[in-house]
Design a protein around this ligand. Structure first.
Ligand SMILES: *[C@@H]1O[C@H](CO)[C@@H](O)[C@H](O)[C@H]1NC(C)=O
Ligand SMILES: *[C@@H]1O[C@H](CO)[C@@H](O)[C@H](O)[C@H]1NC(C)=O
Ligand SMILES: *[C@@H]1O[C@H](CO)[C@@H](O)[C@H](O)[C@H]1NC(C)=O
Ligand SMILES: *[C@@H]1O[C@H](CO)[C@@H](O)[C@H](O)[C@H]1NC(C)=O
Ligand SMILES: *[C@@H]1O[C@H](CO)[C@@H](O)[C@H](O)[C@H]1NC(C)=O
Ligand SMILES: *[C@@H]1O[C@H](CO)[C@@H](O)[C@H](O)[C@H]1NC(C)=O
Ligand SMILES: *[C@@H]1O[C@H](CO)[C@@H](O)[C@H](O)[C@H]1NC(C)=O
Ligand SMILES: *[C@@H]1O[C@H](CO)[C@@H](O)[C@H](O)[C@H]1NC(C)=O
Length: 438
């Protein structure tokens, strides 16, 4: 016991006295190249103004010329016949010729026609039910549509390639519907989509590699049945700002290519999959990331020293994995640390700075193997875990620090800053883990 204690003290002294700047390596690799922007087409700002503004575009009772009126009225009546459950009585308003007045329909001036068109559908929470509510057939008959939101309905059916003929379409929310089968690859043909939300459906199988090449800001595919590894080669191509893969059955490792997304990625959730292997050091390139969550997987190995470069990080969750080793002190010096949860792993040491975060309630290390701290795993459980020799491939990469750590930590004066950190706004990606809309 006393030799263990000595070892522990020696290590914590080592950990706490390594001066922050020392870890920087002069020859450290530069940030990986993100996918070149050349050749990307995206209407910026969108052709139509953002969703909320569309409401002002509702014309009065006498609508004047309405784009594609006959077609829209026809498909609306077909959908209305198919809807057998309409608890909020949307379809009761779907009468007459002015579709701009229908509940859930929003009009605006069609960009290139100077005529009023159906720009947005908002069926969020309508809870339409019916034997076959055919999403694709419906939307294909709304030629001017830009935004389609249908959270918590019973839309279903295959999505065909011609969805790419909807030239203004940029925002798709089909979350919490009943879409079965494989990934709706044809959605990827709508190349101007900046918002893709297909969470809470019954999709299964692999996700196609080109999903991460599409030019989208928001990509929510959580709570489906996706399995197999995350496509490693293309993953880092994603220009998504908000990305959720949570609550699926992805296995394999977190692709090192993630580092290439450093310019854009702010929030990423790998939570609750079956990911294995060690954390790639390339995660440390994500200098803009505020949320990194890989909790409840089968990840192992230590936390790479590169995590000390995540200078924007507010929320870190690595709980319920098989991670081990010392918790890097540089992680606990990150200036925006707000909620770092590392509980239910096999971490063995925390240094002085991390202890301050524990005291402040910012760092949670319950149920680890940290000698001398309360609420740890039993010695027997820790013993059992460490009886197996554990290594990571590319061990040497765990000490790579691709930033100037002393600069990152400069604003963090000895724990005093802790009290000044106000609660950050709740992350958007965590809101996406709720079935219904906020
Ligand atoms: C639905 O709305 C329409 C039009 O507002 C109304 O006439 C009808 O009575 C409503 N139906 C129910 C069941 O509330
Ligand atoms: C659009 O149409 C309105 C009348 O419908 C007209 O006053 C206006 O000049 C037109 N704008 C353009 C850019 O053609
Ligand atoms: C909508 O789908 C859910 C889930 O499959 C089902 O339980 C419900 O009965 C459906 N509602 C209607 C009205 O079809
Ligand atoms: C309505 O139901 C019919 C019969 O199942 C189906 O062929 C059609 O595609 C559906 N249309 C829409 C808009 O849901
Ligand atoms: C995407 O937007 C560009 C630029 O506005 C447009 O030229 C192109 O046709 C759109 N692509 C699709 C598939 O609608
Ligand atoms: C991932 O799971 C699939 C079954 O869904 C299995 O065939 C494959 O070997 C697994 N791959 C890895 C890397 O674990
Ligand atoms: C901190 O994060 C963990 C894991 O995501 C979560 O369970 C917990 O509720 C969070 N605590 C606060 C105070 O936000
Ligand atoms: C790292 O930051 C420190 C403090 O700002 C500075 O003195 C030093 O020159 C920087 N080193 C490099 C390699 O940029």
């Amino acid at each position: 016991m006393s030799s263990l204690l000595t070892l522990f003290i020696t290590l914590s002294i080592l950990l706490s006295t390594s001066s922050p700047g020392v870890l920087s390596q002069p020859g450290c690799p530069p940030p990986p190249r993100p996918r070149p922007l050349i050749g990307r087409v995206r209407p910026r700002p969108p052709l139509y103004p953002p969703g909320l503004k569309l409401m002002g575009g509702r014309p009065p009772n006498n609508p004047g010329p309405l784009s594609n009126r006959a077609r829209i009225l026809f498909i609306t009546q077909e959908l209305k016949r198919n809807i057998t459950y309409d608890p909020f009585n949307y379809t009761g308003t779907w009468v007459g010729n002015n579709y701009c007045l229908f509940k859930g329909y929003f009009c605006d001036t069609v960009p290139d026609l100077n005529i009023t068109g159906l720009a947005s559908i908002d069926f969020n929470g309508a809870r339409f039910g019916g034997r076959f509510l055919n999403f694709y057939r419906f939307i294909r008959n709304l030629p001017d549509i830009a935004i389609f939101h249908a959270n918590s309905n019973n839309f279903t059916g295959p999505i065909y390639r011609n969805i790419n003929l909807l030239r203004y379409f940029y925002e798709l929310d089909l979350s919490n519907n009943r879409f079965p089968g494989g990934f709706p690859s044809n959605v990827l043909g709508a190349t101007n989509l900046t918002f893709v939300d297909i969470r809470f459906n019954q999709y299964a199988g692999s996700v196609p590699a080109r999903l991460f090449n599409i030019d989208t800001d928001v990509l929510f595919i959580n709570n489906n049945g996706f399995r197999n590894p995350i496509p490693a080669a293309t993953f880092g191509n994603t220009p998504a700002i908000y990305l959720t893969l949570a609550n699926n059955h992805f296995n394999g490792t977190i692709p090192p290519s993630i580092g290439r997304a450093w310019r854009t990625l702010r929030e990423v959730l790998f939570l609750n999959n079956r990911l294995t292997g060690c954390l790639p050091y390339e995660i440390g390139y994500l200098v803009g990331a505020t949320v990194f969550d890989a909790g409840s997987n089968l990840l192992t190995g230590p936390i790479p020293q590169s995590f000390g470069c995540l200078r924007s990080l507010q929320f870190l969750n690595l709980a319920h994995n098989l991670l081990y080793g010392p918790i890097p002190e540089s992680l606990c010096r990150l200036p925006n640390a707000y909620n770092f949860t590392l509980s239910y792993n096999y971490f063995t040491q925390v240094g002085v700075q991390c202890r301050k975060l524990i005291t402040a309630g910012t760092l949670n290390v319950r149920r680890n193997c940290i000698f001398g701290l309360p609420n740890q795993k039993s010695a027997a459980e820790c013993d059992r875990f460490f009886r197996t020799a554990r290594t990571c491939p590319l061990e040497s990469t765990f000490s790579i620090v691709p930033c100037n750590i002393s600069t990152v930590a400069a604003s963090f004066v000895d724990g005093r800053k802790l009290k000044e950190i106000a609660a950050p706004p709740p992350p958007r990606t965590y809101a996406a883990l709720e079935k219904a809309h906020r």
